[in-house]
Design a protein around this ligand. Structure first.
Ligand SMILES: *Cc1c(COP(=O)(O)O)cnc(C)c1O
Length: 646
């Protein structure tokens, strides 16, 4: 593109859009599915091709508004989900072929990562050509998995702690001729399985979960290592084998399992785990246990912060490298021992689901210290502190800004003491605070262009940062951001052809001071603020929280009684003028549904309110017509969405 002058270069929207794409690290976390179009809107590339179908977020938002669906909304892109399932399976298959590995890849999707029926059904459908199966870790998950996994060639892997009913359910599945493998997590489950199998007269398929010594670095490092909650030690494995053999059931032991934790940042750890588990595998085969499956669990990471590093929110390997290290590592050990290559099972859930969903929320307001219009003109008889800070503000220039900073700091602290002692009144305190924040903003502007910024002034940016109030609850929609400081990509979905100019942190609408996001992805580590656009009075501003498809979608709680979000499910359609259609809309929780889960009876509540209004009407304090309106209003609010309406 030819540029004719500096001004045109800096104001060129196409160029700014490209810069914003870079600023929000879209290409890094987007895994090829996200891009910015020439209208300055974020868009989805379901086929990962710039010249393929493109779904514009603003078109989606327009359609959501036409359908009268309120924000915040979860948007699911089913094509991304399907694409990730295909990618996982085809990558393992092609590495297997390349390495001339003799076993097959038989992946399973662990439903705990996202149990939504629509999500699981889509995964099963997309995985059918690969005999992709399911994994469950609890009784309710097992009930779901039994009903959903109708492909008899696909595996069903059962992890988690088990009781009699859990095992009975699993054996019921065996009677239906499903390939269900019960993975033993603790030693006493072995005799339980033996007893139940004899009782029901069914031959079980059993797996042993090994407790590996190898343990990683990431957030979930404690999922393995000697103090791990799950799995059998080497001596328990050998005792277990003896126990099964005694009962004539050693041939039922089909699978060796391990799971070293989710979101493994460093590939080195995966290699170590494969080696250790691989040795256990070949030694068990040497004991004439006819093991057929080697299950590597989950752990395949997502590059949330786009840094491609071994930091907690990233990973230092690709899917191909992950598959290669598993296949090559296992092949080497098996060949050395001269045994057949087992089928490889993986339980990657985060990788499959993270990208497909996001939360879109509208920014409601900018909460800012200086957002007032109070006059700071001299008033007769004003306290000396007001005159002092005004004089400092007046004197501010490039050579004295550090001194002025110290002066106004002192003045503000003194003003608060004076206020407490009743020496100054609220009007004077307000004027001092206004002068303080105005001057601080000017100091920050001066300091920003200096070659050296003193340490105490470096924090000014954070102090001055705006807080954008967003219509969502972090406890419902981004649980990991609150609980374990997970970084999630967050960015505007519009105005990306304009330079963002407001340094912000985000606050949610809960009454909890933890309800905020002040860690954002950066080139290295994280930043405490995110650069967003100045809000326009008459225009909605939409931002998105991305990669929420794994865990976040289903782990949220109802803090402050904010319920589940409205959802729209999007499918790509190349023949549609906008390249998409909304296939389904699922209504979020209503206030009365949320209240019911907390044991309230909304009908009774409405009746109580009506009774009291009727009394007031009776006494002539409320007009009958108004009384009816008030009752209707209360009932409508009960039936309505829990989030704010604008
Ligand atoms: C949670 C879990 C998984 C999923 O792990 P991801 O890293 O999210 O893919 C797999 N297997 C077991 C046993 C799990 O507990």
């Amino acid at each position: 593109m030819p540029f004719t002058g500096v001004d045109e270069m800096t104001n060129d929207p196409v160029r700014i859009a490209a810069e914003n794409c870079e600023r929000y690290h879209v290409r890094h976390w987007g895994n090829g599915y996200f891009s910015v179009n020439n209208k300055g809107h974020l868009c989805v590339l379901p086929e990962k091709r710039e010249d393929g179908p493109t779904i514009d977020f603003l078109e989606v938002i327009e359609e959501i508004k036409n359908l009268k669906i309120s924000f915040p909304t979860v948007i699911r892109f089913h094509d991304i989900l399907r694409s990730q399932v295909r990618l996982l399976n085809t990558t393992f298959r092609s590495v297997i072929e390349e390495c001339e590995y003799q076993g097959q890849f038989l992946g399973v999707y662990p439903v705990k990562v996202n149990q939504m029926r629509e999500v699981v059904e889509e995964i099963i459908d997309a995985g059918r050509p690969f005999d992709y199966g399911l994994e469950a870790g609890s009784k309710p998950e097992l009930l779901a998995v039994l009903a959903l996994n109708d492909n008899h060639n696909a595996l069903t892997i059962l992890n988690g702690y088990k009781d009699e009913d859990y095992i009975r359910l699993a054996l019921l599945g065996r009677k239906l001729d499903r390939k269900i493998i019960i993975v033993v997590e603790r030693f006493s489950e072995i005799s339980l399985i033996i007893r139940m199998a004899k009782e029901l007269g069914v031959e079980p398929m059993i797996g042993f979960r090994a407790k590996l010594a190898a343990h990683g670095t990431g957030r979930w490092a404690s999922a393995s290592g000697e103090r791990a909650k799950f799995g059998l030690t080497c001596s328990e494995i050998l005792s277990g084998v003896a126990l099964l053999r005694q009962q004539g059931m050693a041939h039922c032991l089909k699978l060796l399992h391990f799971h070293v934790g989710s979101q493994i940042p460093d590939i080195r750890f995966i290699k170590e785990a494969i080696t250790e588990a691989g040795r256990i595998f070949v030694d068990l085969v040497a004991l004439e246990i006819p093991l057929e499956y080697f299950d590597v669990g989950g752990g395949l990471g997502i590059d949330y912060d786009g840094s491609r590093s071994a930091s907690e929110s990233s990973r230092n390997y690709s899917l191909e490298e992950y598959a290669f290290d598993i296949i090559d590592g296992l092949q080497y050990i098996c060949d050395q021992a001269g045994i057949a290559h087992p089928h490889i099972v993986s339980e990657s859930g985060r990788y499959v689901t993270a990208h497909h969903s996001c939360v879109i929320t509208n920014v409601i307001d900018n909460i800012h210290q200086t957002s007032n219009t109070l006059s700071t003109e001299r008033e007769s008889g004003e306290h000396n502190l007001v005159s002092t800070i005004r004089a400092s503000a007046h004197d501010l220039n490039e050579s004295n800004y550090q001194g002025i900073f110290n002066d106004i700091q002192q003045c503000k602290d003194d003003a608060i003491s004076a206020f407490r002692f009743g020496v100054i009144a609220i009007g004077e305190r307000a004027r001092i605070e206004t002068l303080y924040w105005d001057t601080l903003a000017r100091i920050q502007k001066i300091a920003a262009v200096q070659p050296f910024i003193p340490e105490e002034l470096q924090r000014l940016g954070e102090l001055q940062a705006s807080q954008y109030l967003c219509n969502f609850s972090i406890f419902q929609s981004a649980a990991d951001s609150w609980a374990i400081k997970q970084l999630l990509p967050i960015m505007p979905v519009m105005r990306l052809d304009e330079q963002p100019d407001v340094s912000c942190s985000l606050v949610d609408i809960t009454c909890d001071s933890d309800g905020k996001i002040d860690r954002f992805i950066a080139k290295t580590g994280f930043e405490k603020t995110l650069l967003l656009h100045t809000l326009k009075p008459a225009e909605e501003y939409y931002i998105g929280l991305f990669l929420t498809g794994a865990y976040q979608d289903v782990m949220g709680d109802m803090h402050n009684l904010f319920g589940r979000l409205n959802e729209v499910h999007i499918y790509c359609d190349d023949d549609d003028p906008n390249d998409f259609y909304i296939e389904e809309m699922i209504k979020g929780t209503s206030a009365q549904q949320v209240l019911t889960t907390m044991q309230y009876n909304p009908e009774l509540m409405a009746r109580t309110i009506k009774k009291e209004i009727d009394q007031q009407v009776h006494q002539g304090k409320i007009q009958p017509r108004e009384g009816v309106r008030l009752v209707d209003f209360y009932e409508n609010c009960l039936a309505d969405y829990t989030y704010l309406k604008f």
